[in-house]
Design a protein around this ligand. Structure first.
Ligand code: GLC
Length: 538
């Protein structure tokens, strides 16, 4: 675990602790439960877990509403459990990053309680107050389906307070140096416990300035650079991953000159993977990659197909959004805010070929991939649950009671297990897929293993391989010592594409072991087929 650029090769896995495994039969997944499942994650081959928030919280935004930064939500376990988990994960070569929620707290946080009840409290200035709700009019509302304004009147304080998310999540005031210092302390506390870094939540919104949209402000970058320099000085090798749901040119500054974030999610590439697959046309994908700027060599994009939120359609045009809703969210219940609240497998109609194809793109495009728990077995969703809860249901371990997730009586579960004939635990579960060599789980494991054998996936250059067939996305990932050609037939029809000249080199198919000779001039692809070829000197 010595390489300080480890994140460039790593495969990440997002864990919703509450959904993963319940060790004490109370109906909620917990840290000791996750610890028991480390063997599973190790066998899958993932390198780093991202834990969704596990801090004390009223759970009005599933833990992204933090009531104390220095503890563990009791139903998830204790700080000792947390330390044990970190140690056990490290012993298996698995790293752990956590959410660092900088922008806001819960309204239950003692800082907010003190702030609202006493205008003279030093905590008053920890938040953003106003006598009027007319400021910062150019800031958009993010949770469009629930919030009417970014200002909410507080009876106790007799003023409005500012919030970019739910009203129960007041924004911290980063103009106050005490807030800036507090949050560095929070980072220190967890890094001292040995974690490997943070996924920094909702970072574009730290500062507000009149006349701007209050996103990506220079003051925000200046503070984040301070945070980075603190981490760099005291905890080299630990990483900061940036959640900024923005266009690539606006995310670019979050990498700074290699002195801000190590990693940033590539939000707009995600919907374009779905667009390209549905259209059977690489154009959307090609367009966004063309519009993705270079980043410093020490930095890395983070790619994903799905996560715990809605599949966001903020980074597409209005026309594209309407189209995506039409094809991927035909029922109104499937939509939320500017997105789609569904999981990967149901989005792709449980079609194994397209699920594999999407994963192949995830694992071969530039960036480090993040898997969302359950997607490796093709779990379904429950659109009858509210908000984003339909994609946060219990992990399906086997076909026993509660899908093997918990021994509690079912009415105690934090949310019901999926019940449907296509994706319920009778059909979709880990045990079954472990026993089946041809399962999706084993395929994903294979993809991860192959990716790890080939450093070009994490660190290599990217170039399109020219071909006139728009249904095929073909590109090269290359380092001087490792050269790969990846082909994706995005369409439902068989395709045949020319192979670039490769004199003196055979092409070795990483999945099948088939070898194409230096003279091979063409590659035939079945509908939705993907092929990873490695160039080998003959
Ligand atoms: C991020 C999280 C999301 C949360 C929001 C507010 O976007 O991914 O789940 O609701 O921040 O903290």
């Amino acid at each position: 675990m010595q390489d300080s650029y480890w994140y460039k090769d790593a495969v990440f896995y997002e864990v919703y602790v509450r959904a993963f495994f319940d060790s004490n039969a109370d109906g909620h997944g917990d840290l000791p439960g996750l610890l028991q499942k480390l063997d599973y994650l190790q066998a899958l081959g993932v390198d780093c877990l991202w834990l969704m928030p596990v801090y004390p919280s009223p759970l009005k935004d599933d833990g992204y509403d933090i009531a104390s930064y220095y503890g563990i939500q009791p139903v998830f376990g204790s700080l000792d459990d947390f330390k044990e988990l970190v140690e056990a994960a490290h012993a298996r070569g698995i790293r752990i990053i956590m959410d660092l929620v900088l922008n806001h707290t819960s309204d239950q946080h003692p800082w907010f309680q003190l702030a609202r009840s006493d205008p003279n409290s030093p905590y008053r200035d920890y938040y953003v107050w106003s006598d009027s709700d007319q400021h910062y009019k150019d800031a958009r509302i993010i949770f469009l389906d629930t919030e009417k304004s970014n200002w909410t009147w507080d009876e106790v304080a007799g003023q409005y307070y500012w919030h970019r998310f739910y009203a129960s999540q007041p924004d911290l005031n980063y103009d106050n140096p005490a807030v800036q210092a507090e949050m560095i302390n929070v980072a220190k506390f967890w890094l001292d416990l040995g974690i490997d870094g943070f996924r920094a939540d909702a970072i574009p919104y730290l500062f507000e300035r009149e006349g701007t949209n209050c996103e990506n402000l220079p003051e925000t970058h200046a503070y984040l650079k301070q945070l980075r320099s603190y981490v760099e000085r005291h905890y080299p090798g630990r990483i900061l991953l940036c959640e900024a749901n923005q266009w690539p040119q606006d995310v670019r500054p979050y990498f700074g000159e290699g002195d801000e974030f190590h990693m940033g999610f590539h939000f707009p590439v995600m919907p374009r993977i779905f667009m390209s697959i549905h259209m059977g046309d690489r154009t959307p994908l090609a367009w966004i990659l063309e519009h993705t700027p270079e980043i410093p060599s020490s930095c890395q994009w983070c790619t994903f197909l799905r996560n715990h939120d809605e599949l966001t359609l903020e980074m597409v045009t209005e026309e594209e959004r309407q189209w995506m809703w039409q094809v991927y969210a035909p029922e109104p219940r499937m939509r939320l805010n500017l997105g789609i609240r569904r999981r990967l497998a149901p989005l792709l109609d449980y079609d194994r070929r397209r699920i594999e194809l999407a994963n192949s793109l995830l694992f071969t495009l530039p960036g480090s991939p993040i898997l969302y728990y359950g997607d490796e077995i093709g779990m379904g969703d429950n659109i009858w649950l509210t908000d984003r809860n339909g994609v946060r249901t219990p992990m399906q371990w086997n076909d026993g009671p509660n899908a093997g997730f918990s021994q509690a009586t079912p009415n105690l579960l934090y949310t019901p297990v999926i019940e449907d004939p296509i994706s319920g635990p009778e059909v979709v579960n880990v045990a079954r897929q472990q026993a089946d060599a041809g399962s999706l789980l084993n395929l994903i494991r294979r993809m991860i293993a192959l990716r790890k054998q080939h450093p070009a996936f994490g660190r290599g250059s990217f170039a399109w391989l020219q071909n006139d067939c728009e249904a095929v996305a073909a590109f090269q990932r290359a380092l001087p010592e490792d050269s790969l050609w990846c082909f994706h037939n995005l369409s439902a029809e068989a395709q045949s594409v020319p192979l670039p000249e490769h004199p003196g080199q055979a092409l070795y198919d990483l999945f099948t072991g088939r070898v194409l000779p230096p003279s091979a001039g063409q590659l035939d692809l079945e509908p939705y087929q993907y092929v990873w070829l490695c160039l080998q000197q003959v």
